[in-house]
Ligand binder design. Structure first.
Ligand code: 5GP
Ligand code: MN
Ligand code: MN
Length: 478
């Protein structure tokens, strides 16, 4: 039997190197969360990640970790760009799934329930959502390849947003090195009609109120204050990204340069092999489709709120707090044994969490650190945290990406049988609109871990500290 986790301190655990592992794993969790992840395949998957060549240890699991495809969701693996690997299972099917938070200039209390309902209805009516839903934009080949290369700047260049929006996106809203020629015709075909669409189930638009502020200074920098109405948006690269992942898993299965670990889901390639390079170029293209998608969605939200509330941009606000990816592999520079080194950092259901002073942060946040956006669930809460020097020293500047699933979709549907979830949410003062009834069951609050507990671990471990908690008011689910 493999060794168990060894507790390092209140919030972190060592998964000792053994067998084929090339480094330790480290898990951020409390005792209760550890029990949950010992019950699924998370630790075995973390051992698999730690066994990949060129890993810059440790392999990491965040407090929201659970079993995924290849890497655990909530997993982070950083690799040497030459000796290491890039793995589609370390990014996930929804390439650059991510979260965006916008702040309004409105007090949530003044809004009142009738207008919240009107907003939920208008958002649900105006934003294409659900599996396979078409987008607001039908694109020709030229425009689509421009999106894949420009990311969110494509939308901004067409009047859908401002330059400030780009400043407050991770990587400025576009990963470098994207190449639409590395994206298959089938993937392009799936993306053609989906720009500006939300996607299914776990993706959402949520109006929420800032109910508590823990870190005045960071909250002020992020433009957040108690009582403020904010808008969360969670979406990714839709069918295009999914197809890119699928295509490269298939190509890798036949490619002579592929590395085939015992867990076949961890199939990978050297980043500078032809297939590795092509995957990175296609992944960046899909990531840019997602950045642009969130930009178009944010702009659609601005229009809907403005129309329903009869407010212009100045009265409404809806400035971007931040946009962060949580399914991506990126070339980033990190301190390794006192020296700066370029690494390929896979964050699979994990959020970048840059600490104060990092040159990639917008000037307005430079002194406090990066907003770390942690959605919880549609009935409980979500958190804004801030990245730290400890994250840069210990987690390749990474933190959790949400509460993380506690139940599979099938388990959740079973647990929801015979219940009126809409009424349960209404009792919590949450208006909810879902593309399907199945979504409500799969996405009910108990289907997710306790977000309060997940952020307590991150705060306690010091990798992302608390800034503010928001409570959902109206949620439009995909
Ligand atoms: P994922 O990308 O892994 O599906 O989801 C990210 C996180 O979003 C989940 O782990 C969950 O905690 C959170 N989440 C899912 N649905 C909702 C929602 O409707 N509202 C909020 N605030 N969070 C959600
Ligand atoms: Mn996501
Ligand atoms: Mn997604």
């Amino acid at each position: 039997a493999m060794a168990k986790l060894q507790q390092l301190d209140a919030y972190s655990w060592r998964l000792p190197r053994e067998g084929g592992m090339r480094c330790d794993g480290v898990v951020y969790a409390d005792a209760e969360l550890v029990r949950a992840l010992e019950g699924d395949g998370t630790l075995g998957q973390l051992r698999g990640v730690a066994s990949l060549p060129g890993i810059q240890g440790p392999a990491l699991a965040m407090p929201d970790a659970h079993q995924g495809y290849g890497f655990p969701i909530g997993g982070v693996g950083a690799f040497d760009p030459h000796e290491g690997v890039v793995s589609p299972g370390g990014v996930g099917y929804d390439i650059n799934c991510g979260v965006r938070l916008l702040r309004s200039r409105l007090s949530a209390q003044e809004l009142g329930e009738p207008r919240l309902i009107a907003l939920a209805d208008a958002l649900a009516a105006s934003v294409p959502a659900g599996v396979g839903a078409g987008g607001a934009h039908q694109l020709g080949d030229k425009e689509l390849s421009r999106i894949l290369e420009q990311g969110a700047a494509w939308a901004v260049g067409r009047g859908q947003g401002t330059a400030a929006d780009l400043e407050f996106c991770e990587a400025g809203g576009a990963l470098p090195g994207a190449d639409s020629a590395a994206v298959s015709q089938r993937a392009l075909q799936r993306g053609r009609g989906q720009a500006g669409s939300l996607g299914a189930g776990n993706h959402f638009i949520e109006l929420a109120v800032v109910e508590e502020v823990y870190d005045q200074r960071a909250a002020e920098a992020f433009g957040l204050s108690q009582g403020l109405l904010v808008l969360w948006l969670h979406s990714g690269s839709r069918g295009l990204g999914h197809q890119v992942c699928d295509d490269y898993l298939k190509r890798l299965a036949k490619d002579p340069d592929a590395l085939r670990p015992p867990d076949r889901q961890l199939i990978a390639a050297p980043p500078d092999s032809p297939v590795g390079r092509d995957y990175l170029a296609a992944m960046a293209a899909a990531a840019n489709f997602a950045f642009n998608n969130r930009q178009l969605l944010a702009q659609a939200c601005r229009e809907v709120l403005g129309r329903v509330l009869g407010l212009g941009p100045a009265g409404l606000g809806l400035g971007l707090v931040y946009d962060v990816a949580h399914n991506v592999a990126k070339r980033e520079k990190h301190q390794v044994e006192g020296k700066e080194k370029e690494l390929i950092v896979h964050r699979k259901g994990a959020t970048r969490a840059l600490g104060p002073g990092h040159p990639e942060l917008p000037g307005r946040y430079r002194a406090v650190g990066q907003p770390v956006l942690i959605p919880g669930d549609m009935g409980t809460a979500s958190y804004v945290c801030v990245g730290t020097a400890a994250a840069m020293a210990h987690t390749f500047a990474s933190a959790a990406h949400g509460a993380g699933r506690a139940m599979s979709r099938t388990q959740a549907k079973k647990a929801a049988r015979g219940r009126d979830l809409r009424a349960e949410l209404a009792a919590r003062q949450v208006v909810v609109r879902a593309a399907s009834g199945k979504t409500l069951a799969e996405e009910m609050p108990e289907a997710y871990k306790d977000v309060d507990q997940v952020v307590r671990v991150m705060h306690g471990a010091g990798i992302a500290t608390l800034v503010a908690r928001t409570k959902p008011l109206a949620v439009v689910k995909g």
